[in-house]
Structures are given as C-alpha cells and as structure tokens.
Design a protein around this ligand. Structure first.
Ligand code: PLP
Length: 487
C-alpha cells in the first residue's frame, strides 16, 4: 500500500498576507509537487482533516483545493479510499531538473525581472515612469474591453501614426504609418525581415564585434553570418566586399555601434548604401539606442537619407523605456513593405492591444521625448561616476562605450568566467569576448552597463567586481598593471 505522502506536504507554508487565497496556495503547492515528481502517480494524500489540522486552516479550505485538483484530473478519489494522485497522470511525467539543466540560457544571457548592476541593454530600473505608465495602461485596458476582436496585424493605427510622427522628428525618417509594422522588439522585427527577404541559405554581413543575439538569430534562420570587422567608422564595407561580395544583407548599428557606441561615419554610410544598391542587397538598421546618445547630436538614421529604399529600420522601446513594454517596430522601405506586411499577418503576433494603446498615448502626449531627455542626463552622470570610481580604485584603462564602460582585460583572461561569478553577487557585466564572432579570449574584457549604477552603492559594487577580476591576477607580477589594486 502506498504511504500517505504527508512528508511532501509538510514543507507547505501558507502565506496569510499573500494576495493568493489559501485554497489556491494549497493547489499550487500540490501541483508543483506533482510536476516536480515529489508526488508520484498513485501516491496517497493526507485526508482533508489531517492536512487542515497540520496547516491550521478550515477543513473546507483543503477540501476546496482537493476538489479543484480533482476537476483538473490531477487527483482522484475513484476506486480507493482517500485522495490519491491520478494514475496515470493526465500528462507524461515532466523531465527531471537534471534533464532540463542544459535548457537554461547561460548565466550571462540571463534576463532577470529586475536589472542587475552593470547589466547591459536594460534601462534604469529606478527611472521608469511607473505611475504614469500604470495610469496610461489602466486607461488602455478599459478601452480594450470595448475592442475585443482581431486587431490589425501591422499594429494599431493609433500607434503606427504616433510612430510615424515620432521617427520623422527624432530620426529624420519620412514614412507613412502604412509602412510601419509594430513588433515585440528588435528580435521579432529581425525574424520578420529575414523571412520577408528570403534570406535562408544566403550570407549576411554582421558587425564584428557585434550583438551576439543577432548572430544566433541568423544561424537559427539558416542564414550564414559573415563577421565583418568594425573600426572607429563602423563596419568596414571594403572588407565586407572581400569576405562576402554576394551577401544578401548587412545588419548594422549605425547610430551607436554595439558595443563600442561609435556612430558610423558619413563615408561608410554612403559606401554601405551604394553597395546595397549595386548588389540589390538589404541593409538592416538596428536602431536600438540611437535616441540615447550621451553627447552631441544623434546621428541621423540610415533610413532617413538618400538610398533609404534598401534600408529596413528596426526600432525598439525595450532599451529606452523598459523591456516589459515589449514593443518595437519596423519601418519597411516601400519595395519591401507589402511582403513584410504579409509576413506580419502570417506570424500574427502583434503585442497586446493595451500596451500598444498606452505607448501611443505616451508618444502623443510628449512623455517619450521628455523621458529620453531625462535618461540622457541621468546616464551621462552615471557613466561619469562609474569612470571616476574605477579610477579611484586603480583602474586606468576603462573607456566609455555607448551606454557601457569597457574594462579591457589581459589577453587570454576568462571574462566569461568573471561574468558568471559576478552574477552570484547580483552584478551583471557582459563578457566582451562573446561579442566577437570567433569568441576566443584574445578580446577579453567586461562591458559594464551604466544604466543601473547607483551613486550610493557604486564604490562597493566596483570593489566587489574588481575583487573577482583581481583574484586570478594576484601574484602574476606585472601581468596587468592597469588592473592592479592601488597600494
Ligand atoms: C545591439 C542590440 N540590438 C538589439 C537589442 C535587443 O532589442 P530587443 O530586446 O528589442 O529584442 C539589443 C539588446 O540588448 C542590442 O544590444
């Protein structure tokens, strides 16, 4: 006979202050125990009376929880006394934690719900306009209750109009709302683009160093990334021509190269546009940060100038407002717009209507431009504080790199290992080596995102990070004077 599985239920702690009812907490706990394999098919559960006494709740509370789980087929009272886990279960047993271990993204790619200190590619958590956004979102949710049908697969007309007006002012792009497709962010826009230009099996120039996720996206789409070196002027078009003259597309970050932060020079821009025209290739402009330049005027978008009919412009609000907003957009050049819209219709995945309406209002009321102005000031201050603190701690080789600070490390240094160790301390630097296509350690370094660097804790956070970096350097003499602790 199967023993009553009291021990599995013993760890159940109820939180009486939680917004979840006690019945639902019991349900969730029993369900989790079944899914994790702690309660197996056929296992007998304690009686309502016993469990209620153990938890100090009314019997009816436990009974209601068991009944909910019986309705869902997870528990049964049929054919034997007492309540048991259904045998067979209505689903195949879940794989064990060990079996799924390899499915977790590597630590450095982990995206936590709250930004980590030094994490790249996330805006300042503490500067998100939470009250305003909550109000706009609440209003939008009310409106959606009256609009329950399918919405336009290109995104809501209100948002596309607001976006067309915004890119005209902020990025110099003249386009009609009909050319705009709302997406869930850069990556979704890139996926649509690759599909719409039939890129599978072809070559694509990517920046080297460049955003690792872009390379991954290409590989997963059956497109061959060709790493083209980047210098202070941006992607080296001549080298691209030598490496892959027949590439079907080039993916670039001309506003602020990722990760160096440099804007693409005028000469390179015109070489790139000329190449795209002559070769009938496409340029994908990843404009992820262009509005957040920290000095001088922002470089114009590639999609704003002559020859822009070969440029597919991808924007995102995940970096400038918050990842949670989950909205980006594509500005489709006219020759490709029809095809892109067909792909968007087929994928059928525009973001939630409420989020689109809230963002449309945020743009229309001028909040977005104000927010960007505030963020530029804040990030400039945070970058300066970080550089000052690093210098005071004996680091004399750190350099600004867009919304990050690059801390070069000696050749051969295990920057990925440092990043993984730092995560255990809730610090999120990114290893530079992984931004190179040939992720050897000849380009070791750490990219320290500045957005979540706080004045009150920056000194302590830098010291903790430097302790990890310096541990393997200790005792290696002049291995890297730049990173030696000040005496
Ligand atoms: C260069 C670059 N492009 C695009 C993105 C991603 O944008 P999204 O989150 O909208 O997919 C990132 C994110 O860090 C990035 O670094």
């Amino acid at each position: 006979m199967v023993a009553v599985e009291r021990s599995k239920i013993k760890e159940l702690r109820l939180d009486r202050a939680a917004p979840v009812t006690l019945t639902d907490q019991i349900c969730q706990h029993v369900e989790a125990a079944i899914l994790e394999g702690a309660l197996t098919a056929g296992a007998r559960l304690p009686s309502w009376r016993d469990l209620a006494a153990q938890l100090g709740v009314a019997r009816g509370t436990v009974k209601a929880a068991y009944e909910k789980l019986i309705d869902r087929g997870l528990l049964t009272t049929a054919a034997s006394p007492g309540t048991r886990v259904s045998d067979p279960l209505p689903f195949k047993g879940a794989p064990t934690v060990a079996e799924t271990e390899c499915l977790r993204p590597p630590d450095f790619q982990h995206r936590s719900e709250h930004a980590l200190v030094f994490q790249m590619g996330v805006p300042a958590d503490d500067a998100f306009p939470a009250t305003l956004w909550a109000r706009l979102h609440r209003q939008a949710v009310h409106v959606t209750a009256l609009r329950t049908g399918y919405s336009d697969p290109r995104g809501l007309a209100e948002l596309r109009s607001a976006l067309a007006a915004h890119v005209a002012i902020a990025r110099g792009i003249e386009c009609s709302p009909e050319q705009i497709i709302v997406t869930s962010g850069y990556r979704a826009g890139l996926a649509m683009t690759l599909r719409s230009i039939d890129a599978t099996g072809k070559q694509a120039w990517v920046e080297d160093p460049g955003y690792p996720v872009t390379r991954l996206a290409l590989e997963l789409s059956g497109v061959h990334p060709v790493a083209v070196p980047v210098d202070g002027d941006g992607l080296d078009v001549q080298q691209g021509l030598e490496l892959a003259p027949n590439a079907a597309l080039a993916i670039v970050t001309p506003g602020q190269q990722a990760p160096s932060g440099a804007a693409m020079s005028e000469r390179r821009r015109s070489e790139l546009i000329q190449w795209a025209h002559v070769a009938s290739s496409w340029i994908v402009e990843d404009d992820y940060l262009a509005e957040l330049h920290l000095s001088g005027r922002p470089a114009n978008a590639l999609a704003s100038g002559g020859g822009s009919d070969r440029v597919i412009h991808l924007g995102t609000f995940r970096k400038t407002i918050a990842p949670m907003v989950g909205i980006g957009f594509v500005v489709a050049p006219l020759p490709l717009a029809r095809r892109l819209i067909d792909v968007a219709t087929w994928l059928g995945a525009p973001p939630s209507v409420a989020s689109q309406l809230a963002l449309a209002e945020f743009l229309r009321e001028g909040h977005y431009l104000r927010h960007l102005r505030r963020m530029r000031r804040l990030y400039a201050q945070r970058r300066q504080s970080l550089l000052t603190v690093l210098t005071s701690l004996g680091v004399n080789n750190a350099v600004p790199a867009g919304l990050s600070v690059l801390l070069p490390l000696p050749n051969g240094f295990d920057d990925e290992g440092v990043a993984i160790e730092a995560r255990h301390l809730d610090l999120g630097p990114a290893p530079l080596s992984l931004w190179y296509a040939n992720a050897s350690r000849s380009h070791a370094g750490l990219l320290l995102g500045i957005a979540n660097v706080l004045e009150r804790s920056i000194h302590h956070d830098c010291k903790r990070l430097l302790a990890i970096i310096r541990a393997p350097l200790t005792g290696k003499g002049s291995f890297n004077t730049a990173l030696r602790s000040p005496e």
